[in-house]
Design a protein around this ligand. Structure first.
Ligand code: MN3
Length: 200
């Protein structure tokens, strides 16, 4: 059985960039729903129930066909949101190896933000924008729905939920404003840790 992870901070911790009500509904309702549906899908397959969720979504071809789509969507939803909560924090400046690598690849943090924003705002419909380590270098990718780059062999370092449920209460249709706000709540210390682990 998968259970809802603690945020590790209060629902109002990211104000005014991500509002309290959105955080509460996003965590308690949306994330919980992915977990409930993932647990339901795995009822018939006890052996799969204790695996780290990343293991399930990394090798979708190993998942029984009758629950594969459910694991892709709801397992992805659980993995993505668990990842997302950890990379959010106010007042952390980019530093360390990740900053060096971003400067090298994107010629500066502002160029990186511009390209990431472009990916996040041009993604059609619901999905995620990511900064990943592809085994050789950093790369910006986008995925539809709750797909995660790890099933393309790419390791997420940073990710942004651009489903409307992530921003609609505060930003309505203004996704670009939400992306700009996100740049104020990136926990670069944790992102740097993700990067160091990914490179190993
Ligand atoms: Mn979401």
């Amino acid at each position: 059985m998968y259970t809802l992870p603690e945020l590790g901070y209060n629902y109002d911790a990211l104000e005014p960039f991500i509002d309290t009500r959105t955080m509460e509904i996003h965590h308690k309702k949306h994330h919980q729903a992915y977990i409930d549906k993932l647990n339901k899908a795995l009822e018939k397959y006890p052996k799969l129930q204790n695996r780290p969720v990343e293991e399930l979504i990394r090798n979708l071809s190993m998942i029984p066909e009758d629950i594969r789509t459910a694991v892709q969507n709801h397992g992805g939803g659980h993995a993505n949101h668990s990842f997302f909560w950890k990379i959010l924090k106010k007042d952390v400046e980019p530093s360390g190896e990740i900053l060096k690598a971003i400067n090298k690849k994107f010629k500066g943090i502002d160029n990186f933000k511009e390209q990431f924003k472009d990916a996040a705002t041009t993604l059609f419909g619901s999905g995620w924008a990511w900064l990943v380590w592809n085994g050789k270098e950093l790369e910006i990718v986008k995925t539809p729905n709750q797909d995660n780059p790890i099933n393309q062999g790419k390791i997420p370092v940073l990710g942004l939920d651009v489903w409307e449920h992530a921003y609609y209460l505060k930003y309505q249709n203004r996704r670009p404003e939400y992306v700009d706000a996100f740049f104020n709540v990136i926990n670069w210390k944790h992102v740097n840790d993700n990067f160091l682990k990914a490179k190993k």
